[in-house]
Design a protein around this ligand. Structure first.
Ligand code: MN
Length: 389
């Protein structure tokens, strides 16, 4: 085996992405250590010459497993693939798949409770439905962008509680949501439901997702139909899609679910995930959420998403919702860390509640892999650009 695998990018991981080098078109690559394997060069199949993972993902679970084994074989017979590697620093990464539909859930009890207290201080923090179904909303697929894309501060209608009327202008409460995103590979037909135990037949892999949120716009607009323009201006994802197979060791039970979920949300497989996340604000680490605290598993989210027979398309993306744990140093959004904007954080010698122009946020993640290895998701990064007035 060749190469010195970069931390978390050993042979146990092998995430897929879309890369290009100077003067070449985007195509499928696999990250191994600090290098990118040009998959078309070694496997010679047209789906790997495509500028997105969609054609490969559409081939389904059996083929995903075959290709993963073929890549391991190539890496173990290093001579043949030597010319097919590029240093990771020399490539440009692109959006890894064409996003079909984008749905975002709200699956952390800690986050939902924190936000309920901030948005509705005089009411119970969790809505009556919260422990019966994974609450979600339909997002905007066309504004999902790859890590490194600047985020233009959005404008919108804002109204503070002490203001008598709304005004239009740049958001004053620009926030992040640290999440995982799950990528659907295998489609379904209209009317077909996906049971929780069929999760691995349909989900190709996972990415880190930052659901940028304009809290003032959101707070004013969300009643009664849910998030809209406070979310749809941009959602960032990491460029490497970690295959579901690489997350086997990270699987764990969800926290106890009480009351018992309805039968269509029950499965025999554990799809909680021990994924450690870290959020950096202008280079300073501010929180370390862990996905294992999430109340609803992604398998339950998928079962709920298809419970009415809504079809799955290749490239569907669903976000987990903000990953927040029980303690302040594990909260995944700045609206929580700043107690709704009432508590300032010291960031690089400056004080912050929400994001300022030119601020940069990086979310990284990794999970335990087999034999003591780590499975890295890499990172998702974004910098705030000034509003277009
Ligand atoms: Mn979200």
């Amino acid at each position: 085996m060749r190469g010195e695998p970069g931390e978390g990018f050993g042979i146990e991981n092998l995430p897929y992405g879309i890369f290009s080098t100077v003067g070449t078109t985007p195509r499928v690559g696999v990250r191994f250590g600090d290098r990118v394997l040009d998959l078309y060069t070694v496997l010679r199949e047209e789906v790997f010459a495509e500028p997105s993972l969609n054609a490969f993902m559409a081939q389904g679970r059996t083929r995903w497993d075959e290709v993963r084994r073929a890549i391991v074989t190539e890496l173990e017979n290093g001579d043949r693939s030597e010319g097919a590697f590029h240093p990771v620093d020399s490539v440009r990464m692109h959006l890894p798949f064409e996003v079909a539909d984008f749905v975002d859930f709200y699956a952390s009890e800690h986050h939902a409770t924190n936000l309920g207290r901030i948005f509705r201080p005089d009411a119970p923090p969790l809505m009556p439905n919260w422990k019966h179904l994974p609450v979600g909303y339909h997002g905007r697929s066309s504004t999902v962008v790859v890590s490194g894309t600047d985020i233009v501060r959005p404008c919108g209608q804002r109204k503070q509680p002490d203001e008598s009327a709304p005004s239009f202008g740049p958001t004053r409460r620009l926030d992040i949501e640290a999440e995982l995103g799950f990528v659907v590979g295998a489609a379904t037909e209209l009317g077909q439901r996906v049971a929780p135990d069929e999760f691995a037949d349909h989900v190709f892999g996972a990415v880190i997702l930052n659901d940028w949120s304009a809290r003032d716009v959101q707070a004013w607009e969300y009643v009664p139909l849910g998030p809209f323009l406070g979310k749809s201006f941009a959602t960032s994802i990491s460029p490497w899609v970690v295959p579901l197979a690489a997350l086997d060791t990270a699987r764990t039970a969800t926290p106890v679910q009480d009351p018992d979920p309805l039968p269509y949300l029950r499965g025999s497989q554990d799809w909680g995930l021990r994924v450690d996340m870290a959020i950096s604000w202008n280079g300073q680490e501010v929180s370390r959420p862990n996905y294992a605290h999430m109340y609803w598993s992604p398998a339950q989210m998928l079962a709920h998403l298809t419970a009415n027979g809504a079809l799955l398309s290749v490239g569907d993306l669903f976000g987990s919702g903000t990953v927040s744990g029980p303690n302040r140093d594990t909260w995944g959004a700045f609206v929580e860390l700043s107690d709704g904007g009432t508590r300032t954080l010291g960031i690089g010698g400056q004080s912050r509640t929400f994001l300022e122009d030119a601020d940069e946020v990086t979310i990284s993640a990794s999970a335990p892999g087999p034999n003591g290895s780590r499975i890295s998701f890499g990172e998702v990064r974004g910098r705030i650009a000034p509003p277009r007035l």
